[in-house]
Design a protein around this ligand. Structure first.
Ligand code: NAD
Length: 335
């Protein structure tokens, strides 16, 4: 097994790479180390991964088709986990083309490479944001997701459609991973839990959107990577009798599947802030704001497919996970 992880210097890519390297898998990591957030954090993650002899890293952009093809051919890649993407809902309002470049053109290059250098399984990051304006909760992979409310969500949904097409045309087994608000050590500095921690520690007020009336199915990073790891060998098979009137919409006549990976336990924004305050040992000064463009009120994952297929379900509580994050934050930034 030779596993290519794109976005290996990113938050989830780093933790997943480390888990696989600890289990002695051969991992090839690629990342363009862009400056969407502080690249020093990406360097720190890579510094840790670089200590493993079973890890190879190449600084490559997904848009660079030629270099990508060279990697597939040189390393005889058998499995691909595509995590590289322009992440973030809010930034997609500011800089939509970054999403087209990495999430659409970049993903297209991954699909073409998987077609030209056949792999056993392509897993790729989708997102809970594909549920967009859906109201029926918990969100099921059997629900229709044709009503995105941000370009980020639209690119992730597009990835699922593109993957389905390649699964059908070229028989490439693909698994889409809809992650739900992932948090933890070495996390993403653009996300609320990171920004709040920074502001609370230096006595700055935090912005509480939609006046605190929001819920997120926060999922701890260790649960996410455990779920992804267990799915590597769960290769989707085609169901030749597939019938959209009675079969699960997340399966197909093609070797295609989509899973939710979430905690199945939404937490209110105010409870989440309380958990942060208690882990930090300081009360936050709060500024209540209206809802932000592109945002959704609630996310809530139905993970019954995950439980059925791999016997696993995320379970870390917000209090436990936030405690671990704050511990890491203070140590990393020497506070
Ligand atoms: N963290 C979450 O809460 C969350 C939730 C849902 C989905 N996701 C998805 O999971 C994946 C990983 O997210 P993350 O939180 O680790 O984000 P991240 O930004 O920390 O990691 C993504 C990495 O990909 C790299 N990258 C971006 N564009 C690239 C390109 N064109 N070529 C090569 N490298 C590129 C970045 O430098 C970064 O290191 C992303 O696809 C994201 O959309 C994340």
């Amino acid at each position: 097994m030779k596993i290519l992880i794109t976005g290996a210097a990113g938050f989830i890519g780093f933790h997943l790479s480390q888990l696989l390297l600890d289990k002695s898998y051969q991992v090839v990591g690629i990342d363009n180390l862009n400056n969407y957030y502080d690249p020093r954090l990406k360097e720190s993650r890579l510094e840790i991964l670089g200590r493993y002899s079973n890890f190879n890293f190449r600084k490559v952009d997904l848009k660079d088709k030629k270099s990508l093809d060279e990697i597939f051919s040189k390393y005889n890649i058998t499995h691909v986990i595509n995590l590289a993407a322009q992440a973030g809902v809010r930034y997609s309002i500011e800089n939509p083309y970054a999403y087209v470049d990495s999430n659409l053109v970049g993903f297209m290059n991954i699909l073409e490479a998987c077609r030209n250098y056949p792999v056993k399984h392509l897993l790729y990051a989708s997102s809970s944001s594909v549920y967009g304006g859906n109201k029926v909760a918990p969100f099921s992979t059997n629900h229709n997701v044709d009503h995105p409310v941000s370009l980020y969500a639209a690119t992730k949904k597009s990835n699922e459609l593109m993957a389905h097409t390649y699964s059908h045309l070229y028989n490439i087994p693909t698994t889409g991973l809809r992650f739900f608000t992932v948090y933890g050590p070495y996390g993403r500095p653009d996300m609320a839990y990171f920004l709040f921690t920074k502001d609370i520690l230096c006595g700055k007020p935090i912005k509480v959107f939609n006046h605190g009336k929001m819920e997120r199915d926060f999922t701890y990073i260790d649960d996410i990577v455990e779920g992804v790891f267990k799915l590597i060998d769960k290769i989707p098979v085609s169901n030749k009798q597939w019938d959209e009137s009675k079969d699960d919409l997340s399966t197909s006549f093609a070797p295609y599947k989509v899973y939710n990976i979430g905690n199945n336990n939404p937490v209110s924004l105010m409870r989440f802030i309380k958990a942060l305050e208690s882990a930090i040992g300081k009360e936050a000064e709060k500024v209540y704001m209206d809802m932000q463009l592109g945002d959704v009120i609630r996310t809530y994952a139905d993970v019954s497919d995950l439980e059925r297929d791999i016997g696993f379900k995320p379970s870390t509580s917000i209090e436990e996970g936030i405690e671990k994050f704050v511990f890491w934050y203070k140590r990393y930034y020497q506070i």
